[in-house]
Design a protein around this ligand. Structure first.
Ligand code: TXA
Ligand code: MG
Length: 346
């Protein structure tokens, strides 16, 4: 498609230039507080088609629409339920996407013809300046090749999409590190379609009501969010989750090494000093899982097929943002786990 990708360093002038590209129907990658997004005018189906082409994304997987402020949400939906209003007030701008009934203004290839639209207000000054300057709703999936790990820096976007998109706006490293929580507010009881930066406990505290988890927990479950059925977060080499004590983790490394394999380990800073292996990537502290979320994708991307044959990854507690971390790691592992109290699944 596009053969020249302009690399913008974030400042007032580059925001104007990048917004011009969006207005002209081009595709521009930009930072959000979660991961980098790949944006286009959500009312222009031709521009939106370029996103699907650049990523190699299946057309039945809808895109999130990014807006600059709360007032803009009502331009694109028929109704906002009282539950949705409370969540908007509490968590927007922030890492939350709310599914609402579409009023048809957003292009059909954004919503995959579902009749609903996922809306989010990113909490990143570059994203908000860009959306405000373009004066458009911006459809944006994560700015990675389909199936790969989401980008948390402009370099990751460059590696996946250079030459395929019109521009990349470099706003540095993203903060949250995992994608937004997707919550369906069109059902009576709100349902989490994807765990992310805002936790279930945080939302339940605001609503004073239980929320359902409706995301895929195993390879066999039927997904509700169309995107959940596709392979995601695929590292360059196979990844296996290891649930057990440090000595058990080390035994698994030793076993694969005896087999002639070079073993990568994706572990917390607590586990790192307790194990020896061919390549180690640390990703934060189990004492504060937000640090794990922030580093997860860049640590996964750091393993190269030329250097390791497989990755063994630590099993993190599934609490708070740990639900999002483990959701992504389980997908990266294609749900393959080794547990100390079970026979090896391989
Ligand atoms: O943090 C994020 O959400 C990032 C940044 C760029 O905003 N975006 C992102 O987009 O992760 P994407 O396309 O990689 O994931 C969007 C997810 C998919 O699982 C998709 O199926 C679901 O949201 N989704 C979008 N619109 C939907 C709708 N109307 N109904 C159900 N699921 C929807
Ligand atoms: Mg994605």
């Amino acid at each position: 498609m596009t053969d020249q990708t302009t690399f913008f360093i974030w400042n007032d002038e580059s925001i104007t230039d990048a917004a011009k590209l969006l207005k002209a129907g081009e595709v521009v990658a930009f930072p959000t507080e979660t991961v980098y997004g790949l944006g286009a005018d959500a009312t222009n189906p031709v521009a939106v088609a370029k996103i699907f082409e650049a990523k190699g994304r299946p057309s039945d997987n809808p895109l999130i629409v990014h807006v600059a402020n709360e007032q803009q949400i009502s331009r694109y939906v028929t109704t906002i339920s009282s539950t949705a209003k409370q969540l908007i007030a509490a968590f927007m701008p922030g890492p939350l996407t709310i599914i609402l009934p579409s009023n048809g203004t957003i292009a059909d290839n954004v919503t995959a013809g579902l009749g609903t639209v996922g809306i989010r207000i990113p909490d990143h000054p570059a994203a908000r300046a860009l959306i405000a300057e373009a004066d458009l709703p911006i459809a944006a999936p994560s700015a990675n090749l389909s199936g790969k790990t989401s980008p948390t820096s402009a370099i990751h976007v460059f590696q996946d999409l250079n030459g395929k998109i019109a521009g990349i706006l470099d706003g540095g490293q993203t903060g949250v590190g995992v994608e937004s929580t997707v919550i369906d507010c069109t059902s009576t009881i709100p349902r989490i379609l994807r765990p992310g930066g805002v936790t279930r406990a945080q939302m339940e505290a605001v609503l004073g009501q239980a929320i359902e988890d409706a995301y895929t927990e195993s390879a066999s479950m039927t997904p509700i969010a169309p995107g959940m059925k596709y392979k995601h977060y695929e590292p360059d080499v196979p990844l296996i989750l290891v649930d057990g004590e440090p000595t058990f983790f080390q035994e698994q490394i030793d076993m694969y090494q005896k087999d002639g394999k070079k073993v990568g380990a994706l572990v917390s800073e607590e586990l790192a000093p307790l194990i020896r292996t061919d390549q180690l990537q640390m990703c934060g502290s189990t004492e504060d899982l937000t640090t794990v979320a922030a580093q997860l994708y860049q640590s996964l991307r750091a393993f190269k097929a030329t250097e390791v044959d497989l990755i063994l990854a630590e099993f993190f507690p599934e609490e708070g943002v740990g639900q999002a971390i483990m959701n992504r790691l389980k997908k990266a592992a294609s749900y393959i786990e080794i547990q100390s109290d079970q026979a090896n699944p391989l």
